[in-house]
Write a protein that binds this ligand. Structure first.
Ligand code: TRP
Length: 461
């Protein structure tokens, strides 16, 4: 039964765009190119796409089904399908992960916001060498007041939208802004692939070299897919809980995965050809990649400042439609399960994420010991890297693994199928879905997690 007071998405398109709005964000435009760069290029891209459609798509359908069936936040949802069991802790893991991911996501979104101000005031125009542009990023990211201020601004924006009531807002904005972002990205791709010398980057990105593929690449691909598709911490359970029984979960999930992967692919196509035309830049530079490559591209475009300004603005907005979908998980938990007012839930959750983000903000050159926090088998991790590793990777993999176990073995495919068949009576892929969610997904994730924990802790590096 649907409780009318929960409110619902307006239309199927509205839901798909809202879920795509959650999925499409820094994960696609910042983290995907960074990860591709560190994992050797084209072969990784193919492994990534396979991992999206073989593993992640099933997890997304499962999360939608749990959410729509229970019509509740993740903790409440596990509790109502499996009352009195430990499964509610999967929901709680999502609450904690939501705080943690918001905290560093907001730091990177703050950089984006900072780059919006920089391009808007023409700070890159006239810079001719890539060293100058790299230096701008290095000193920008290391300036404590700057990065903490921007992080605070971004969290405040996220909290303001959550307070104003999410659903109508997200749905309306996603419909307008996603297509504009897509358009700008396409223009950027056109410029990038027509730069003199683009072919080197194109072959890095599009011509797979299978001889260099390792288990590390497979793990990184799976982790990136969960992050980019907002899986493993309850975001999609929450979004599914606002979806009407008339809609088709399978095709909606298919659309979200396709749109998200398409945008990530375009982002790579904009970055890599340009990257290889800049002397001295390596694909492996890490977190600063897009902030170093893109200003170089904008400088080679007529009206580049205007273009760059628009791009960083839209990227900030894409990051906002994602960050609200992360922080909404703790917020909905305190509202529904603890009876807090929305105001209190948003203020407390936002404050926790802000405070937790401060060490991340200071860990990219700002404070030395946070920048070189730990060293695992010779590889140094800063605080932000550590947060990303623990929550953006391990926790999402664990959460996705448990969602698969829950749907495959606890709730059971029969129960999930009944839910999925509402709005999709034929459900043609039910046998495949049952196989994937019961066997392939949990086994594959468990194997990769075990490899990571016991064999190669630097697999994500
Ligand atoms: N998927 C978003 C991005 O690519 C980030 C995000 C939103 C997320 N909700 C999430 C990541 C839940 C992990 C879990 O930017």
């Amino acid at each position: 039964m649907t409780s009318p007071e929960r409110g619902q998405w307006g239309t199927k398109l509205g839901f798909i765009l809202a879920a795509a709005g959650s999925a499409i964000g820094l994960g696609n435009i910042w983290r995907f190119p960074t990860t591709v760069g560190q994992n050797g290029g084209a072969a990784f891209v193919l492994i990534y796409v396979a991992s999206v459609f073989i593993i992640s798509l099933s997890i997304m359908i499962a999360e939608f089904a749990i959410g729509r069936h229970a019509q509740k936040n993740p903790v409440g949802a596990f509790n109502s399908i499996a009352p009195g069991t430990l499964w509610k802790y999967v929901g709680l893991l999502g609450v904690v992960t939501g705080w943690a991911i918001t905290s560093y996501y907001s730091v990177v979104a703050g950089w984006t916001l900072g780059y919006f101000f920089k391009t808007a005031t023409g700070q890159f125009s006239g810079m001719v060498t890539s060293d100058e542009i790299t230096e701008v990023f290095v000193s920008f990211a290391a300036d404590p007041l700057n990065v903490i201020g921007l992080h605070a601004l971004f969290i405040i924006l996220t909290m303001a939208i959550l307070l104003a009531g999410v659903k109508a807002g997200i749905e309306r904005w996603s419909k307008i802004l996603m297509p504009i972002l897509l358009l700008l990205l396409v223009l950027l791709v056109v410029r990038s692939v027509t730069l003199p010398g683009a072919s080197e980057g194109l072959s890095f990105y599009l011509e797979p070299d299978w001889s260099k593929v390792s288990m590390r690449n497979v793990i990184a691909a799976m982790g990136q897919a969960f992050f980019s598709l907002s899986l493993g911490m309850g975001t999609m359970i929450t979004y599914g809980s606002y979806l009407s029984r008339k809609e088709n979960l399978v095709s909606s999930a298919g659309w979200v995965c396709t749109l998200d992967t398409g945008i990530a692919f375009l982002a790579g196509l904009a970055i890599f050809p340009a990257l290889f035309t800049v002397p001295g830049l390596e694909p492996t530079v890490g977190a600063g990649l897009i902030f170093v490559v893109l200003p170089n591209v904008f400088n080679q475009i007529p009206l580049g400042d205007l273009f760059g300004t628009g791009f960083f603005l839209l990227l900030t907005i894409a990051a906002l439609t994602s960050s609200i979908s992360i922080l909404i998980v703790p917020v909905a938990y305190f509202e529904d399960e603890k009876g807090w007012s929305k105001r209190k839930a948003v203020l407390v959750s936002g404050a926790v994420a802000f405070l937790l983000g401060i060490p991340s903000a200071l860990s990219v050159g700002g404070v030395e010991w946070l920048t070189d926090l730990v060293s695992i088998e010779g590889r140094t991790y800063g605080f932000l890297d550590m947060m990303n590793l623990m929550f953006g990777q391990y926790s999402l993999m664990t959460g996705s693994f448990l969602v698969a176990l829950f749907v495959g073995w606890k709730w059971g495919v029969a129960g999930a199928r009944t839910e999925i068949e509402q709005g999709n009576p034929a459900f043609k892929s039910r046998a495949i879905f049952a196989f994937l969610i019961r066997f392939l997904c949990p086994l594959a994730i468990a194997l990769l997690l075990a490899y990571l924990l016991f064999y190669d802790p630097n697999a994500f590096a």
